[in-house]
Design a protein around this ligand. Structure first.
Ligand SMILES: [Ca+2]
Length: 480
């Protein structure tokens, strides 16, 4: 009981930390002006990131340097994620991404991307790899005094690069880092899409991950013209056998406009909603412990060891949840034809599948650029799920090469034909003496209705999270 009181006192301090760290804030995230829409990196830093725990042990996270990182938020090493999802069995048989390319698309990039990745690799006994960087519209000048935008994107870049590498350690990593300051005019073509076009041409058969999004409604009346423009790039990806993934969002169904005003009805994010993009949602993986709340805002866990629990990513104490719902821009595509019309209501539903995106249970990321604390961070968000899922597809492409088959390319038509046994189906679950049920992706406190988590496909977690070994092998076997 005493533990619970301590935790609740702490979360107040954590709240202040969120305000002062600037770039860690969930909903005032740094953004990038691009044409008449804005892209938000979907990264969520643990709210107590700037603080050294003052409370005594036990700690929820001790970082790889042996430093206590948090009394509240758990963190995962690559080995823990491998074990939780069965990636270890793939690596053990030599399925590690050899011969494959993963393209990660970000604005600005990070001035220390290579050295931070090397530190990550050395720490976790992974092979070092050299990141190939493409600046499609000029080299950005890193300015950490613009607290927010560039630092936030640098955190995002670090997460993308380090965790794609963790899942596919032998894959070639390409970073497309655009320079939004040089994007021209209202009708200017966002640099990140020029970069995608370059990467799709240069790396046929690759996998591309987009950890950013904008609310569909933020296109306003320009939606058809803008979406058609970007869609032509995704068509090119289909032609070049490039798999394209996009994060579904970190605010549940409560997404905002340019000014940060939340639309008062459930919304989803683009480009994740494009049927040519595979939408990566978020789960909350509790591995070796179980959430034990007396109320939704209580992050207690200490007295409740556990094995493996995976539920919808919806963390009430930080107000972050997986994006998901019905698109207003796209109608139900053929690959979702088997999902009941009562669920999709004629729309393209997202996400397609999911992976851990939690902050309490975030992944460890190392950064050394100015503007953020140098060291290890606990990071979540659907920015964590998209590059890891992209890396799983790179592992699949390695098996395709070995079997003289085509690469995965356009993933969605294949994804919905895989057997249910290839996924952990995410279901509603009730936690702790407070009987807190996580059964949808309504962002806590938003008042915007969430999408129900149900047996089988649902609009919060898609088909669920891949059981890595059988998912990769079954997908590879299904390829022509
Ligand atoms: Ca489900």
């Amino acid at each position: 009981m005493n533990n619970r009181i301590v935790f609740r006192a702490l979360i107040v301090a954590v709240g202040f930390g969120l305000l002062f760290t600037g770039f860690g804030a969930v909903h005032t995230a740094p953004h990038t002006a691009a044409a008449n829409i804005e892209f938000i990196p979907l990264v969520v830093l643990a709210p107590d990131d700037s603080q050294t725990p003052s409370a005594p042990a036990p700690y929820a996270c001790v970082d790889p340097d042996g430093k206590p990182r948090s009394t509240v938020f758990h963190c995962y090493t690559p080995a823990e994620i491998y074990a939780a999802y069965g990636v270890d069995a793939l690596h053990a048989e030599g399925t590690n991404g050899t011969g494959q390319t993963i393209v990660l698309v970000d604005a600005y990039g990070s001035p220390t991307v290579q050295q931070d990745l090397d530190r990550f690799s050395d720490t976790f006994s992974l092979p070092r790899t050299t990141v190939e960087i493409i600046h499609p519209d000029g080299t950005p000048t890193f300015n950490n005094s613009v607290r927010g935008a560039q630092v936030g994107w640098a955190v995002e870049t670090s997460l993308d690069v380090q965790w794609a590498h963790a899942i596919a350690p032998n894959a070639h990593i390409v970073l497309v880092a655009s320079n939004p300051a040089e994007t021209q005019g209202v009708q200017g073509f966002p640099g990140m899409f020029i970069g995608e076009q370059m990467a799709i041409s240069r790396f046929p058969g690759a996998v591309l991950s987009q950890s950013f999004a904008a609310t569909e409604q933020s296109f306003h009346s320009a939606a058809d013209a803008q979406v058609a423009r970007f869609d032509s790039i995704y068509q090119q990806a289909v032609s070049n056998h490039v798999t394209v993934l996009g994060s579904s969002g970190d605010s549940g169904t409560a997404n905002g406009d340019k000014q940060g005003r939340i639309f008062p009805f459930p919304t989803v994010n683009w480009p994740s909603s494009d049927p040519l993009v595979t939408s990566a949602g978020g789960t909350w993986l509790q591995f070796g412990w179980t959430w034990n709340p007396v109320s939704p805002a209580d992050p207690s866990f200490m007295n409740t060891p556990g094995s493996r629990t995976e539920v919808v990513w919806n963390e009430p104490f930080i107000g972050a949840a997986t994006g998901g719902g019905r698109s207003v821009l796209f109608s139900t595509p053929g690959f979702q034809a088997a999902i009941p019309a009562s669920v999709l209501e004629g729309a393209r539903g997202l996400p397609d599948f999911s992976w851990n995106a939690a902050v309490d249970g975030g992944v460890l990321v190392y950064t050394s650029f100015p503007g953020a604390r140098v060291g290890w961070h606990i990071i979540g968000g659907t920015s964590a799920s998209s590059p890891q899922l992209a890396a799983l597809i790179a592992l699949t492409n390695q098996l395709a090469d070995a079997g003289h088959k085509a690469h995965v390319g356009y993933l969605n038509p294949h994804l919905y034909l895989l057997p249910p046994s290839d996924f952990v189906d995410i279901l509603p679950q009730t936690f702790g003496p407070g009987a807190v049920t996580l059964g949808d992706n309504s962002q806590f406190g938003s008042g915007i209705a969430g999408m129900a988590v149900t047996s089988g496909y649902d609009l919060a977690t898609g088909r669920g999270s891949p059981k890595a070994y059988s998912f990769v092998h079954d997908l590879a076997n299904a390829l022509p």
